[in-house]
Write a protein that binds this ligand. Sequence first.
Ligand code: EPZ
Length: 418
Amino acid sequence: MDKLLIEGGVPLRGEVKIDGAKNAALPALAASLLAEDREVLLENVPQVVDIRTMCRLLRDMGASVEEEGTSIRILPRELTSLEAPYDLVRKMRASVLTLGPLVARYGYAKVSSPGGCAIGERPIDLHLAGLEAMGAKIDLVDGYIEARADRLRGAEIYFDTPTVTGTENLLMAAALADGCTVIENAAMEPEISDLAALLKGMGAKIEGEGTERIEIQGTTRLTGARHRILPDRIETATYAAAAAISRGDVLIQGTDKEMIASVIQKMIAAGAEITSEQEGFRVASGERLQGVDVTTAPYPGFPTDVQAQFMAMMALADGTSVIREMVFENRFMHVAELRRMGADIRTKGASAVVRGVPSLKAAPVMATDLRASACLVVAGLAAEGRTQIARIYHLDRGYSSLEEKLSRLGARVRRVKD
Ligand code: EPZ
């Protein structure tokens, strides 16, 4: 397994270009299963492991999938399998996004029930309840979810809690259902609107995406389309945190800071200087940051996927920061690793109290999940000495060319084979 070595203490300077959003490309790939006759062409797709896993899943189902750099062409010819097997789903839970398209287009889906995950139980009961409301028969057999429906019918669906992939699964299912579907308390993330834009390009009739109420008028067939994936707001926030913690000055390009307005507001409150620029924005910070409180919430609240990276910043800020993780029940695994680097953090339930320390000390640390890994990279950039991060396969799932991008910003970082 590879490791990342980071010599801390270098202020990042220069420009970084943000890739397409992994969490928009994954549902877009699943949505391509809905196309009847023409291919779906996706552009600006990030070259990360999760995307390769999803492409493999589609190929295993019989679709033709051609990857050309950051473009992917998908043609779901007659599929030979309507199954998402356990060995793929356990690697990538987002495989459950094939459930909606398969049962809507082919009347059947067999998807391994996603097991637990490092950050929480992450059930998909709301996905399944929504499909049942649309007339699907759902069975759990040998750890697999089997969904059957001659034809899904429109329904009124109310989510107890906003679920991103739940909203995406039902958006895709409703696009081919008979009649009108309304999703109440829908997730409002920008990735939902991006998926809706693709589906509309394929012929779907959708209104209200990006709000808590989405209305979908089902149609009988969807065709291919060309769609450019929106920039990755979590990667954007990760490089913003890296620029701020290292007291650097970085132009973050090919993205839109409005997608992370809640993060920008907290970074400014902590003392970072944020200025809009052509095609992006600049993050600079000369002084030590100030501790600010953060509570994660569904969009447009503070993104849970940025909580760990922001905590790394707060570990070196003046004063105290109270960080509350309200979306997942176990998303503080980076805390123990930050403490190994000298951070002063105490957790109690969903809250972490972070007291800023004068400096962090490099240490061998271990990545436990995708965003916790990003947190350790951010901390390593500012720590004294050489931080060694193990199990960085977690990072490779959601960040492409991380060490190249950081090196171009002046960081002393390299990947070594373990
Ligand atoms: C998506 O996961 C993202 N993944 C996650 O990003 C992100 O952390 C999460 O949304 C929240 O923003 C992708 O888009 C591929 P949820 P998802 O359903 O859809 C509960 C990353 O780092 N819930 O919005 O699985 C659930 O337990 C990943 O890129 C139910 O109770 O998250 C959680 O507490 C990590 N029942 C809350 O809702 C359900 O049926 C939000 O989960 C579904 C969800």
